[in-house]
Design a binder for this molecule. Sequence first.
Ligand SMILES: NC(=O)c1ccc[n+]([C@@H]2O[C@H](COP(=O)([O-])OP(=O)(O)OC[C@H]3O[C@@H](n4cnc5c(N)ncnc54)[C@H](OP(=O)(O)O)[C@@H]3O)[C@@H](O)[C@H]2O)c1
Length: 297
Amino acid sequence: MASLVWLITGCSSGFGEQFVLQTLARGDKVIATGRNASTKLAHLQGTGATILDLDVTMPEAEIAAKIKEAHQVFGRIDMLVNNAGYLESGAVEELSLDRVQRSFETNYFGPLKVTRGVLPFMREQKFGTVAFVGSVGGWGAVPNSSAYAACKYALEGLTEALQSEFAALFSRDIQFIVFEPGYFRTEIFSSTNVVHLPSNIPEYQAFNNATVQRQKGIYHNEKGDPAKGVARMIDTLTGSGMAEGKKLPPRLPLGSDSLQVVRAKCQATLKLCDEWEDLIVSTDIPAEADRQAEAHL
Ligand SMILES: NC(=O)c1ccc[n+]([C@@H]2O[C@H](COP(=O)([O-])OP(=O)(O)OC[C@H]3O[C@@H](n4cnc5c(N)ncnc54)[C@H](OP(=O)(O)O)[C@@H]3O)[C@@H](O)[C@H]2O)c1
């Protein structure tokens, strides 16, 4: 395949940084974006990537202008990786609405705005793939993760809607996928990135202290290797390596921990459907009643 043009968000560390280095190593063209790019992406200067300042929480018109600028660099954008994100931690009752909204600005509205900026160019060139870096948190929420998990669940819905809209309206050559990583050894759990606010409800104090300790214990003890995670995401997006000969899947868990959560939830949901089937289907209007109602019209 000819070299691809990638636009990647959140490239200062973790998955984003790996995406830049590994796509460049393939011989592809890369637009690496991040907030405060002149300092945060300084380590990527000289790698061959084009560096662009892009905070995904900017107003939509400003993001659209940035995407236009990005498009002008190589005259196309083949692959968009919506990677930027962070973990907003706190119990449902304690987390202020401001902080929940902040999480949605970065983790949901950011990818939405960037994607809406890129899609007109992909429609024009009749080709492209949009990847969302979701999370296993889009399958199940753990304590203190509601503001993060809700965004990752939302990305699942966004991806599915885009898949069905583009299949029906436009081209199957424009594709969408949401990746669902488990825990990977990046900077997401670093103490500068996860902000722990003091409890304002006394009953939550001990619980929150335990969560802080648990999260500190996760940092850099995660099972997933980000270099391998990104290599598999690139394989999947390009149909090469371990994904050779496979079609792009609509979603993909990454890491054994993610697989375990996804499998368990599928099995539990199928069991629930079987156990509760009688009640679940009892709400339908019987076809016979419909026919009789029509006969009386
Ligand atoms: N690592 C995991 O265990 C894990 C698991 C599931 C999903 N994920 C997802 O993977 C993605 C990448 O995270 P990571 O694990 O690689 O963590 P990371 O090392 O902390 O990287 C996160 C990146 O997102 C950027 N970012 C945050 N807010 C931004 C904004 N408003 N505009 C632009 N960029 C912004 C950060 O930039 P700054 O340096 O400026 O903050 C950083 O470059 C996230 O979407 C995360 O939810 C990670």
